[in-house]
Design a protein around this ligand. Structure first.
Ligand code: PHE
Length: 460
């Protein structure tokens, strides 16, 4: 579908793209991955992935989106006609749906934490915890709350369903106006709040120890699996390989500088992730939790409430944080769902409402299964992973990078060089010294390096 609309101003354009990129990936997934993959060593590989592979692939997606102005499959169809290349466009559609089915569950958790912060239940300690020392009591209390809010059967599913229905309502009514405007206001507020929490966390007693874990790398910890996870996290966090960015870029005006925009979006996304690290790890060490076997969710849903409980008006800060996080998640879930909705609309000529319902309905079942796999169904394992983690690892760590390899090969080898050059130089209006570099990375470095990283765990 051709789109003539363009984003009003440059700031709105960057804000909207950052809105899709910044979400639970930065706040919930990044600290969990960093913790599980050895701290600073992971961070180092992650930063390399963002700038060496993420930015060029993002420029490539932007170029295809603004140049062709169609959905994920449409881009391949237009440039490669009836050849099987269009199949490459279906990969993002499947990956996005898999991501949506677990992402929406985490969005439900943030809504639940918001609700129980408002009611004060989150900070209500049970009497048994009194026998512990203060730090332990705090830990036990919030772990119990996490078990109740995340691992029980009904509560999390109810909040996940509310999140799904909210998505449906927004998607049916069109995305751009309402939620776009709200997120433009709330995103900067989230940023300021994170900055405030950084200060609180850095003032905790063992802050330096936590910072050391996060920032001073032990190179021996860089293993093939750490590289795969860092790559997956970079692609997940930057919303790459899913057609989300190419769809956004189809609304970019002609004079938008694609490289500058890609660097700005990636840097802001990285900044939010770094701020989360600075908040979480000093708190983890100060509460004596580093080295404990922490599951991913624990960092945000146990450690952060501990930080809030250190502050005056805990309920207020906690409610504000989880509300903003929910909004950040919502801007992401909507952009993920939009990939599949647009696909049905454009390819099968289904009406907007039907397409939304078609995409959203199966989500009730899939998300319930994901949610239950945190508790009742946790014994079901796929290659040693819970259903939730298997969906996450397969879509983020395998399908998104594979999608990016195919796209790089498509741009680097198949498509006329002119498409990338025209888009990067705004049809000769500006000089892009980055063009040869990005073209080279897309042609050689990205396909080769991503393939090596993906295959490296098998070579062990
Ligand atoms: N980048 C988003 C985040 O970090 C998640 C996302 C992935 C959104 C893919 C859109 C597409 O939370």
């Amino acid at each position: 579908m051709k789109s003539k609309d363009t984003f009003g101003s440059k700031i709105a354009l960057v804000a909207a793209t950052v809105g899709s990129a910044v979400g639970l990936g930065n706040v919930w997934r990044f600290p969990a991955e960093t913790q599980a993959n050895g701290g600073a060593a992971f961070l180092l590989v992650y930063i390399a992935c963002v700038f060496l592979l993420g930015v060029p692939v993002m420029v490539g997606e932007f170029a295809l989106g603004r140049g062709i102005k169609e959905d994920a499959v449409g881009v391949y169809r237009r440039l490669a006609g009836k050849t099987p290349w269009w199949l490459a466009g279906t990969l993002p559609i499947i990956a996005s749906y898999m991501i949506l089915s677990f992402y929406i569950v985490v969005a439900g958790w943030t809504l639940e934490y918001f609700f129980f912060s408002v009611t004060g239940d989150l900070f209500q300690s049970s009497s048994e915890t009194i026998a512990y020392s203060w730090g332990e009591a705090c830990d036990v209390q919030f772990k119990e709350k996490m078990t109740e809010y995340i691992q029980s059967d009904f509560k999390p599913i109810i909040f996940t369903f509310i999140a799904i229905i909210l998505n449906l309502l927004i998607l049916v009514n069109g995305v751009k106006k309402g939620i776009g405007k709200i997120s433009n206001i709330l995103m900067p507020i989230l940023f300021i709040i994170l900055l405030l929490f950084c200060c609180v966390s850095l003032s905790l007693p063992k802050a330096t120890e936590g910072l050391k874990f996060f920032m001073s790398p032990d190179f021996s910890k860089i293993t093939p699996m750490v590289c795969v996870n860092a790559l997956g996290q970079a692609f997940f966090s930057l919303s790459l390989g899913m057609g989300v960015l190419s769809t956004s870029a189809s609304y970019f005006p002609k004079d938008t500088k694609l490289v500058t925009t890609a660097i700005t979006v990636s840097s802001l996304d990285l900044l939010v992730a770094l701020m989360m690290g600075v908040i979480i790890f000093p708190a983890v060490t100060s509460f004596g939790l580093l080295g404990n076997e922490l599951e991913g969710a624990t960092l945000v849903f146990v450690t952060l409430p501990q930080v809030f409980s250190q502050m005056h008006f805990s309920e207020f800060w906690s409610a504000l944080f989880f509300l903003l996080l929910f909004v950040a998640a919502l801007t992401s879930t909507i952009s993920i769902a939009e990939v599949t909705i647009k696909f049905f609309e454009d390819r099968f000529k289904v009406s907007r409402i039907k397409s939304c319902i078609l995409v959203i309905l199966p989500l009730f079942i899939l998300s319930s299964v994901c949610s239950l796999s945190q508790g009742t169904l946790s014994h079901i394992k796929i290659f040693g992973y819970s259903i939730f983690d298997a969906l996450d690892a397969c879509s983020s760590n395998i399908m998104l990078p594979v999608g990016a390899i195919i796209m790089s090969i498509f741009i680097g080898w198949y498509v006329d060089k002119k498409v990338l050059k025209d888009e990067m130089t705004n049809h000769g209006e500006i000089n892009s010294i980055m063009y040869p570099i990005v073209a080279f990375i897309l042609k050689w470095i990205a396909p080769v390096l991503i393939t090596i990283v993906l295959l490296s765990p098998l070579l062990k």
